[in-house]
Unconditional design. Structure first.
Length: 266
């Protein structure tokens, strides 16, 4: 499956959002957008060719075509789809995204994002761009990466990390997380180490302390409140964890934010 490289670290700039109606005036359209990406969400059957490569359009599929591509649509009657013409930024890590792919379980959320963008366009273009940016990030993770040496994250690991992030303030055990994501304790441990290079417990500890560092440096929350918010309400244990993982006491970590030359602020 052919893919394109898209950078999503910056919000897109939209040039047009709408519902395209094709077919009644002719069953073939051939065109190019020299300076704009094309994002489409389909609800019909048709044939698509992008720079000579053939693809099948089916209901529930989404396509992302880069600027300057020669596209050819062959319709089978009246055909309507959501379209967005946009510019993407040049900053950040490129994501490899299939030219066309099934939306799968993301179809309803994606449809909602497109509808919201259409409702906002052109009166509030920033809102429309935010909806499409969200849609692009969803599209970027529909299919696992197919680049050599880039392993896909196992769905159980992705679910586990999302659960951990949402529940850092709560007591967490590996068996509990494994049950929640539908695998055995041992299997999750193996999957997690293969994907992250560390244990589930080590990952939880690291995420708690990264969040604690952020709260200590960026907020005026009390140290007891921060300790509770990262799931270590015992202040003695929190102090020991900060010294072990962050290299200083909570108070010292907080103070270091005012000294940009301190290596602990890096």
């Amino acid at each position: 499956m052919r893919t394109v490289l898209a950078r999503l670290d910056e919000p897109p700039t939209l040039a047009g959002v709408g519902v395209g109606v094709h077919g009644p005036a002719g069953h073939v359209d051939v065109f190019s957008l020299p300076d704009l990406w094309q994002l489409h969400l389909y609800d019909y059957h048709a044939d698509l060719t992008v720079d000579g490569a053939p693809y099948s359009i089916r209901p529930g599929r989404v396509s992302l075509v880069p600027p300057g591509s020669d596209v050819r649509y062959r319709y089978r009657g009246r055909s309507e789809h959501f379209y967005v013409h946009l510019r993407l930024g040049a900053a950040g890590t490129p994501h490899r995204i299939p030219v066309i792919q099934p939306a799968g379980p993301e179809l309803d959320p994606l449809t909602a994002r497109f509808r919201q963008a259409l409702a906002a366009w052109p009166r509030t273009p920033a809102r429309a761009a935010a909806e499409i940016w969200s849609a692009l990030w969803r599209i970027a993770v529909l299919a696992p990466p197919d680049e050599p040496g880039t392993p896909a994250v196992h769905p159980s690991v992705a679910s586990a990390t999302a659960l951990i992030e949402a529940r850092l303030a709560e007591p967490l055990t590996v068996p509990e997380i494994a049950r929640a994501v539908g695998v055995s304790h041992n299997h999750l441990t193996r999957l997690f180490r293969a994907a992250t290079g560390e244990t589930v417990v080590g990952y939880i500890r690291a995420r708690r302390m990264e969040r604690a560092r952020h709260f200590l440096r960026a907020t005026t929350l009390s140290i007891p409140a921060i300790a509770a918010s990262v799931g270590i309400p015992d202040l003695h244990a929190f102090n020991k964890a900060c010294r072990r993982e962050l290299g200083a006491s909570p108070r010292a970590v907080r103070t270091a934010r005012t000294r940009p030359d301190d290596p602990r602020t890096a």
